[in-house]
Design a protein around this ligand. Sequence first.
Ligand code: C2E
Ligand code: MG
Ligand code: MG
Length: 519
Amino acid sequence: MVPGKEVPLFADDDPRLSQLLEGIVRLASGDLQSRIEVSPARDELDAIIMGTNLLAEDLQIIYEELEQRVEDRTQLLHEAHREMQKMAMQDPLTGLANRSALLAALKSAQDHDAAGGQPVILLLDLDAFKSINDSLGHAAGDQVLTTVARRIRGAVRNTDVVARLGGDEFAIVMPATGADQAAVVGQRVLAALKEPIELPDRTIRCGASLGLSVGEPGRSPDDLLMEADVAMYASKAEGQNRLHVFEPGLLLVRRLRSQLLDDLRAAVKGDGLMLHYQPVIELDTGRIEGVEALVRWQHPTRGLIMPDEFIPIAEDAGLISELGLWVLTTAVHQLRRWVDDALVDSSFSVRINISATDLQSLQFIEDVRGVLRETAVRPEQVVLELTEAAIVRGNELDRYSLGGLRGLGVGIEIDDFGTGYSSISYLRRLPVDRVKVDRSLIEGLGTDPSQPALVAAVLQLVRACGLEAVWEGVETEVQAEQLRNLGCLSAQGYYFSKPVSPEQIPDLLARSSAEGMRT
Ligand code: C2E
Ligand code: MG
Ligand code: MG
């Protein structure tokens, strides 16, 4: 090389130079597949061109990989989106449609069905689910829900949409159906749900209440759902395994019921409840051996309301524990006052009705312990009455609670005995002291000649189990007489006295010790 003089690598007018420039411009504009031709000269300019081509090659590979990745990601995003859409429309536990999917199906059925008949919505709520869940646990609860879901699905057509709306509430949309046909399907669903459900360690039954509403033109899906709900509540109010079709009159019933519930809540919190006491009589002497506390509700506008009307509402609304605690406290404090006033002795007992819900909470045992401690009444002077139906349906926890209560020394009595099918083995096993025989078992005394034999048999059975019986609902002298002759010890009924206010009890006690209560 000559010093001071640079030799050009290639001539200024070399055509490859402009080819190179054009090639770079093409690559820069995104055409990564284009390549620049290499000349046979294989000189330095060609080396640059080859380098540029290699760079283009790399760029193209990187670009293709990037495209593939973008495509993969997009695919994943699409799948996630589809999954989310499904989740947004599906109940994860049962795989059934959810509320949004149901409302969409209802809307589309309404839009399309005008010609082929009206769509019908059927709403379904399980009757005993809460207590199953509470007593057997959530895993068992989930199993019940999935079984119910499967049975409902199996009872309807493929074109019907079955949804779980949450909790133990299900719904079915039946396109182009009509009320009569839907009611048939509803009965089929009820029948399917009546079958026992097998859980790992037990078999249970869980009925349902159904409400049906027909999609008249002009009603929104929300309206229909609300109407089906109103009809479903009418079914629930009548007991298990019913189906009601919506009618406008039911709206009024619902409004009254919800008003009544508000009032009841206020009564339980305030001082709207009161106790009446009905004497229990020793048949031999006519002496009052104790009383049963019976709750009444003094309603501000409707007057006195009886427990059969409001206890079920309180149970439904979760108010029963609070109500029960009030009854327990009030009755035991009342007993304390009667004892203090020397109106009654230590053999006198107060019977208190408790609800099945009370046994489901261990707090109840503590409440009983607390009130006994507070009042220092003898535990055996307090007898808790629990209906036979509640005991027969009971579970481990119930038996545990009963044992705990017995441990406190209070008496336990099976109420309405003879109506709930408790077996003899049950009677022997349960930690109870007494049964109170339902009044339906003595109704025929004095009119039906075969009745005394039945009473005698029941008495024998009860005693064979080591228990004693109280006979309730005695309305006539003949009934009282025959019970006494059959060897029955205690009875209760209008014949002796109706339930009375606590103020009237001292008079009754005085009369009973002076002359006996009409025996
Ligand atoms: P129950 O415990 O079997 O109470 C007996 C019911 O029969 C009472 O009705 C009583 O007034 C009525 N009775 C008494 N003698 C006769 C009679 O000779 N003939 C007829 N026909 N009836 C008679 P009541 O007070 O309306 O109570 C109804 C049910 O409400 C009770 O049945 C009990 O299951 C429930 N209950 C009452 N008070 C309470 C309470 O404080 N808590 C709970 N959980 N339930 C209660
Ligand atoms: Mg009772
Ligand atoms: Mg009873």
